[in-house]
Design a binder for this molecule. Structure first.
Ligand code: 0A1
Ligand code: ZN
Length: 886
């Protein structure tokens, strides 16, 4: 029977309701005949009952599917024996033994605007199956604990899709006699869940290389791109080879298939996807040349290529039992890609950038209505849980395991994890158990709270030095603010890497309870706990949470003089950066307060002097200096203030500090600008990128301070730049100043790059982030520009995403027009691409912290969206949680 009504799946989904599947699928034979509007998918599934439970019906997931034929063990199924709706195929009384099911469905890739399942990016056919996209291709047990061996035959018009790819190794290809079509057959020997399935068909160019693994096997490497873009693949290929080597050297992990393929597509909902042997990428994270990509783009490409490659072991070989375990693969893989970048570049700079990102995204999420545990326990729409909490905080949790047991035992635990769970769909408990077993330490049951409790822990520290007894005591207490669904919390295990810095700037030996402190880490486990260090001969300054060993908010009363001392002498570069951020934060929050009360703001000569010392210190890495010159972000300041936030005052205070830095160090900045210029050709390496970062930070600070000739210098740099980093940096500087040079440069930029969508995205995003009232009208006008398209997620993110997430003053306009504009876009986009629409909607997540007028405007807009008819589950879930009172 083929029913047509759409039956909603029971939602929400809860972790506590997990049950193993009643049926398993051992093999999947797919035969996909590609056609722009009517692609035929024949799936032959070998099913078997899972264990000897009571007879169970077979219920396969679907979404928007059209069933055209169904057979069991070769015989067509009687209409009375099944029910097929677009989103489910039910066989109430299947045989209680192994059998094969042959399902034929018809899908329309061209009109698949959600970009989930089989869709078209330009003219290329491609798939995206995580999390629940495979069910848009065929009926299936679309859950990660059902792992099967896939064989995929793809057939297509030879002219339309000369390249046919799927997971695994190519086993056959040829022409379909008597037609203009051809086929390819791919077989992936590794059992995998459906979310890792992929196929691609299109007119694509290929860049080829090889990699010899540590055991001497040769692996073919292929990057497929739109023809004409081959010359922009070199950095991605180089990053891939370095990532493959690094995983062998650092974790002993070798690649397993004969071929590893990357396909760059122009329309993709996220960054990239780790499909087994066939990674599909948003082309933004593949394509780079000096003339088209900035240093930041290069670094992102390196990180995303590595991230997807590392998933081969952490995600593909060992996958997740259910979607609640998403952090098992994502947190761990982010940790791995961060470590890779740290090893390839500068460890200190990488850590500071990662923490800056964590604070301005994850801490904001954790402090608002969308806060959720690293391992959520309930969801309405899993696509809304690809969050910075699952990814970035998930990585911090893995990092804490390493801080707690040290690098050697950490590696032993990872080895155990790979040995014990290879080929399985695992859980977070099983992962953590490997470290408990490898280390024999007893804190892991309590440590699990990092996965179950949301919110950012706050640790308060008081310090007492007893000169007579030569002891130094740290009294610590911890608490976690309430978060949605979690009014009260239990104490966490918090590893704090510490140093006690003596008057000579050197770390004093750490002796706790008569023993040298292991790994220089104290472990806070109680609500309140004291640590007494002995043999401390001189009053030290505490350097706590070094390297940001725990993702917490730390309050420790250190006098400004001592903070400046640490800025100059701390052996931990992260904390040298951190103490200056603390000094700046104190100044900024005070000045925001003053501005709100129309009182005079103040300067901090000591902070300016400390920054000057950093700027003058030629032993420091330029990239580190550049990061140090950047005050806390607007979202950091807003979060620190916490309530009654006026984004205009936040912006004004921050801008004033940047101008003060520019004025105070005018000469040094101008001199450094000159010194950091490299005469040679562009190279994307970290040291060169760091010099450019510092040079461009100087340029911007000089311009913001109103220095003579600074705008002319930026305009000249724009005109003469021989690489995109310098051109874009100059344009960003110009964009902050409403002068004729800005308009000229923006026009010129468009003319130069009109044919290159990824570059035009930079142009769109830059205009969307200009912090001035005219921006909203400009952004609105740009939605009608030929370069913009609501159908392409990169364009939407560049223009609308940048406005909503990256322009705090204009999105949060006091008149509410920014909110209404974004809401209108969300409602327009939602029927076509709910996933991207829901992400945009997340921009409203901090509304409750705003001052009353904006809060009122925001809630009015939020209610309008909530009440809109036919909202997707994605947007509905986000709006409902953002509005919920708890
Ligand atoms: N697993 C991918 C992220 C990803 C998630 C969902 C997607 O669906 C549109 C796509 C990609 C990663 O971590 O890179
Ligand atoms: Zn990932």
């Amino acid at each position: 029977m083929i029913a047509v009504m759409r039956t909603e799946e029971p939602r929400p989904v809860r972790l506590q309701d997990y049950r193993p599947p009643d049926w398993l699928i051992d093999t999947v034979d797919l035969d996909v005949s590609l056609d722009p509007h009517a692609t035929t998918v024949r799936a032959k599934l070998k099913l078997s009952p899972n264990g000897a439970g009571p007879p169970a019906p077979l219920v396969l997931d679907g979404e928007d599917l059209k069933l055209t034929s169904l057979a069991l063990d070769g015989a067509p199924l009687l209409e009375a024996s099944y029910v097929a709706t677009p989103d489910r195929l039910t066989i109430a009384q299947p045989p209680q033994r192994s059998f094969t099911l042959e399902i034929e469905t018809l899908v329309d890739p061209t009109n698949n605007t959600q970009l989930m399942g089989l869709y078209r990016a330009g003219s290329t056919f491609c798939t995206q199956c995580e999390a629940e996209g495979f069910r848009r291709i065929t009926y299936f047990l679309d859950r990660p604990d059902v792992m099967a061996v896939y064989t995929t035959r793809i057939e297509a018009d030879k002219n339309e899709a000369p390249v046919l790819l799927a997971n695994g190794n190519l086993i056959a290809q040829g022409d379909v006699p008597g037609t203009a079509r051809h086929f390819a057959i791919w077989r992936d020997p590794f059992p995998k869940p459906s979310y890792l399935f992929a196929l691609v068909g299109g007119r694509l160019a290929c860049v080829a290389d090889t990699f010899t693994t540590m055991s001497g096997r040769s692996v073919a490497l292929r990057i497929y791109v739109e023809p004409g873009k081959e010359d922009r693949c070199a950095y991605a290929m180089d990053s891939l080879k370095r990532a493959m080597r690094w995983d062998e050297e650092t974790f002993g992990r070798e690649y397993d298939l004969d071929i590893f393929m990357i396909v760059a597509v122009s329309a993709f909902n996220m960054g990239a996807m780790e499909n087994k042997g066939l990674n599909i990428f948003n082309d933004k994270y593949v394509l780079a040349s000096p003339a088209s990509a900035t240093d930041t783009d290069y670094a992102s490409i390196e990180a995303v290529i590595a991230h997807e490659y590392f998933h081969n072991w952490t995600g593909d070989r060992i996958t997740c039992r259910d979607w609640f375990q998403l952090c098992l693969k994502e947190g761990l893989t982010v940790f791995r890609d961060q470590e890779f970048s740290a090893d390839q570049r500068s460890r200190a700079v990488e850590r500071i950038s990662d923490v800056r990102g964590l604070r301005s995204h994850q801490f904001v999420e954790d402090a608002g209505p969308l806060a959720h545990p690293v391992r959520p326990e309930i969801y309405h729409e899993i696509n809304n849980f690809y969050t910075s909490t699952v990814y970035e905080k998930g990585a911090e949790v893995v990092r804490m395991i390493r801080a707690l047991i040290g690098p050697e035992l950490f590696r032993k635990g990872m080895d155990l994890y790979f040995a014990r769970h290879d080929g399985e769909a695992a859980t977070v408990e099983q992962f953590v158990q490997c470290f408990a077993d490898a280390s024999g330490r007893d804190f892991f049951p309590q440590f699990m709270r990092w996965y179950s409790q949301s919110g950012t822990p706050e640790v308060k520290v008081a310090a007492h030095y007893d000169a007579a007894a030569r002891t130094y005591r740290l009294d610590m207490s911890q608490s976690i603010p309430p978060t949605p669904g979690q009014p009260t919390k239990q104490p966490m295990v918090i590893p704090l890497a510490i140093g006690l810095v003596g008057p000579d700037g050197a770390d004093q030996p750490l002796v706790l309870d008569g023993r040298p402190l292991e790994h220089d880490v104290v472990v806070l486990r109680q609500p309140a706990q004291s640590f007494i260090f002995s043999e401390i001969t001189q009053r030290p300054i505490p350097s706590l949470n070094r390297g940001f060993s725990a993702p917490i908010k730390l309050s420790v009363p250190i006098a400004p003089d001592d903070l400046r001392f640490l800025a100059a002498h701390d052996a931990d570069p992260f904390n040298r950066w951190q103490v200056l951020q603390m000094l700046a934060m104190t100044l900024l929050t005070g000045n925001v307060h003053a501005l709100r009360q129309s009182k005079p703001t103040r300067d901090d000569e000591g902070l300016l002097a400390a920054l000057g010392a950093i700027l003058a210190d030629r032993r420091l890495e330029p990239a580190f200096i550049a990061l140090t010159l950047a005050p806390p972000t607007e979202s950091d300041i807003a979060r620190e203030i916490g309530h009654d936030v006026d984004p205009d005052a936040v912006f004004a205070a921050r801008r004033a500090l940047r101008a003060a830095i520019g004025r105070a160090h005018h000469a040094a900045l101008a001199e450094t600008y000159g010194q950091m210029k490299d005469p040679g050709p562009y190279s994307p390496d970290a040291a060169s990128a760091g010099r450019r970062a510092l040079k461009n930070a100087c340029l911007d600070l000089l311009a913001i301070s109103g220095a003579d000739g600074a705008i002319a210098r930026a305009a000249a740099q724009y005109d003469t730049a021989d690489n995109m980093t310098d051109r874009m940096a100059a344009l960003e500087t110009l964009a902050a100043h409403d002068r004729s040079e800005r308009a000229a440069a923006l026009d010129d930029f468009y003319r130069r790059y009109a044919g290159d969508p990824l570059i035009i995205d930079k142009w769109l995003a830059l205009q969307a982030t200009i912090p001035e009232p005219a921006t909203l009208a400009r952004v609105r006008a740009l939605t009608a520009h030929p370069a913009f398209s609501m159908a392409n997620p990169n364009r939407v993110r560049a223009l609308i995403g940048a406005f909503a997430q990256g322009n705090h003053t204009q999105f949060n306009r006091a008149d509410g027009a920014g909110y209404d504009f974004v809401a209108d876009i969300v409602l327009e986009l939602d029927p076509k691409n709910p996933q991207v629409a829901a992400r945009l909607m997340g921009a409203f997540r901090s509304w409750r912290a705003l001052e009353p007028q904006r809060r009122q405007r925001a809630v009015t807009t939020l209610r309008r969206v909530a009440d809109a008819p036919a909202l997707s589950r994605d947007v509905h879930d986000i709006v409902a949680r953002i509005l919920a009172e708890n």
